[in-house]
Design a protein around this ligand. Sequence first.
Ligand code: AMP
Ligand code: MN
Ligand code: MN
Ligand code: MN
Length: 283
Amino acid sequence: MPEAAQYRKVDLHTHSTRSDGRLSPTELVDLAVEQGVSLFALTDHDTLDGIPEARQRAEGHNLSYLNGVELSTQWQGIPLHMVALGFEDNNPELLSVVASNQATRLERGRRIADLLVKQGLPDLFDEALALAGDSQLGRPHFANLLIEKGLVKDANKAFDRYLGNKRLGQLRDVWPDLEDVLGTLAGQNMELILAHPKRYPLTVTKLKRLLGDFKKWGGTAIEVVSGNERPDHVRLLERLSLEFGLKASAGSDYHGPFGPWTQVGKFTQIHESEVNLVWSSCQ
Ligand code: AMP
Ligand code: MN
Ligand code: MN
Ligand code: MN
């Protein structure tokens, strides 16, 4: 098995037009190669649709490629994202989680539109669905419509005022429990990674409780860095990964050349020799 050092640059968390990213899987892979990435995963929200195109493009470039997806879940009423990585094609359990989350996305989209109507906005559901096209409907589609219609200035305002978790009330709780998702997927040949742990409204004490549960239920790793993570947060997450016996993953969470996202393959430095990297066992 090759050494981890073989990979000069990895990016194990990215988005394409199949969810809420701006670039097609092909464009994204091309950009990753341009940026010097040598191990890559597309991890769209609740869909595997972009994988064949991304993998085919990666093969053309000789870029090492891992199957990935970012799954929406919740823990104690808090929406959480989990990245599944390195699974085989057509894993039936994973397909069932993805299909169920896709149905939830549609239903939730309808309810988000209703919530906005109650606040005096037009019914945006059909337009949001049309905008999403063959990609997974998400809050960013509603945010883009609000901007396009001049109802808010930018995405941050759209989330602050209408779409953020605090604004969604009951709609926060639509996702499957982390325990159930891990129960369905654990013990198979894939990494189950808690995405961007510092982006949730959790004290360190509560984060540790979450990591305890995550490990107990079969989670294998945490993202010790996501894009422009603060270096002190990276340190903390590295320490927690060791404390809880979880591996370390990393990614840009790139969505496109807009908003707060860093470039593909670009994220705050991690201390590779001090943690157990998910990609050290990849070939
Ligand atoms: P959803 O998957 O429908 O829950 O939407 C969540 C997505 O919205 C995240 O993956 C981000 O891409 C995006 N997002 C979350 N918060 C913000 C924000 N404040 N500004 C812009 N985009 C955001
Ligand atoms: Mn997103
Ligand atoms: Mn996420
Ligand atoms: Mn993401």
